[in-house]
Design a protein around this ligand. Structure first.
Ligand SMILES: NC(=O)c1ccc[n+]([C@@H]2O[C@H](COP(=O)([O-])OP(=O)(O)OC[C@H]3O[C@@H](n4cnc5c(N)ncnc54)[C@H](O)[C@@H]3O)[C@@H](O)[C@H]2O)c1
Length: 329
């Protein structure tokens, strides 16, 4: 009997997480359809996959219906950093909500399994630590981050309603801060910010007093959690926290990056942005029990790989001829 290859749709497939997921799925023998409108994603992120006949990239905005034939859907399309999701907040909500409706409709038609990349931001500025999945959150519905937080909350609601109403097989992951190669260099996320500033020898901007904590998960660990969740029995719908429970203060992160890059950058302080949570840390007991998953890659090791990526990227950018010379060449 010939085995049928699994066809997997990854929306937001040219983004940071989507490109790593595509790589992982290809390595497991799946056919991968990457759908992206390239708002924050880059063709460079998937350029190395294009030669693979089992990989296909398609420009499409998930706010519009999509008609393709697949067995599984990972719905990752959505700008993920405050700079990008606040650039066009109405479009951000549309992407989360209309995007979810369109992808759930597709899954319903195909009876496909569907995964939602939700976020720890559904907990808002949390009043309990660490955050367990039962915690209902503390989100400001009218603040500048609401387009993302409430969009993602509504998407979760839609996933569970499709599950209850249409018995769709769903998987909802609440992702905490993740870092690694192919993060956007100017997205204002703390890891990429600090690394780029350190490598350029520019001042490192520390918001607040630096005692706010984050829990940073290396991308390979996270993607392993995605794949395990998708492969789990159908009763494992989530929501399920995926992240690294090791808390680090933002000041400690800056110090580590300065040490690992050997940078002489000074640290400068800036006021904390509105609604920026002071503490964020996942409780991953559910993922440990249901998926036998927990992060393995220590922060120093993940940071070293990420620094190597940004170092190469910045060197390539420095070597690029100015635009006018490039046009003449
Ligand atoms: N990286 C993290 O730490 C993190 C944390 C929590 C949740 N997430 C979620 O994971 C997903 C992927 O995040 P990421 O870090 O890879 O961000 P990213 O910005 O690199 O990737 C998102 C991708 O979605 C695409 N996109 C945006 N709007 C679209 C639309 N309307 N139609 C089609 N494509 C669209 C972008 O072009 C991009 O390629 C997002 O849904 C995000 O909310 C990420």
């Amino acid at each position: 009997m010939s085995s049928i290859r699994k066809r997997v749709l990854v929306t937001g497939g040219a983004g940071f997480l989507g490109s790593h997921l595509g790589e992982r799925l290809l390595s497991e023998g799946a056919d991968v359809l990457c759908v992206d409108n390239y708002f924050t994603g880059r063709k460079d992120n998937v350029a190395h996959l294009l030669a693979n006949p089992r990989f296909e990239a398609m420009r499409h905005d998930v706010c519009f219906p999509l008609y393709v034939e697949v067995d599984e859907i990972y719905n990752l399309a959505c700008p993920a950093s405050p700079i990008h999701y606040q650039f066009d907040p109405v479009q951000t909500t549309k992407t989360s909500v209309s995007g979810a409706i369109n992808m759930l409709g597709l899954a319903k038609r195909l009876r496909a399994k569907i995964f939602q990349a939700s976020t720890s931001e559904v907990y808002g500025d949390p009043s309990v630590h660490p955050q367990r999945e039962e915690y209902r959150g503390n989100v400001n519905a009218i603040g500048p981050r609401a387009c993302y937080d409430e969009g993602k909350r509504c998407a979760e609601t839609l996933f569970f309603d499709y599950h209850r109403q249409h018995r769709l097989r769903i998987r909802v992951a609440r992702i905490f801060n993740t870092y690694g190669p192919r993060m956007h260099p100017n997205d204002g996320r703390v890891v990429s910010n600090f690394i780029v500033q350190a490598l350029k020898g520019e001042p490192i901007t520390l918001y607040g007093d630096g005692t706010q904590t984050r829990a940073f998960c290396y991308v390979d660990d996270l993607i392993d959690g995605f794949v395990r969740l998708m492969a789990a029995p159908d009763e494992v719908t989530g929501p399920i926290n995926l992240g690294n429970p090791v808390e680090t203060t933002v000041a400690e992160l800056a110090a580590k990056i300065i040490a690992l890059t050997g940078s002489r950058s000074p640290i400068v302080r800036r006021p904390l942005p509105v609604d920026d949570p002071v503490q964020r840390c996942p409780d991953i007991d559910r993922a440990k029990t249901l998926l036998a998953w927990q992060p393995k890659i220590p922060l120093d090791q993940g940071l070293a790989k990420t620094i190597a990526y940004f170092d190469k990227l910045l060197t390539e950018q420095r070597q690029e001829p100015p635009a006018t010379v490039k046009q003449l060449a």
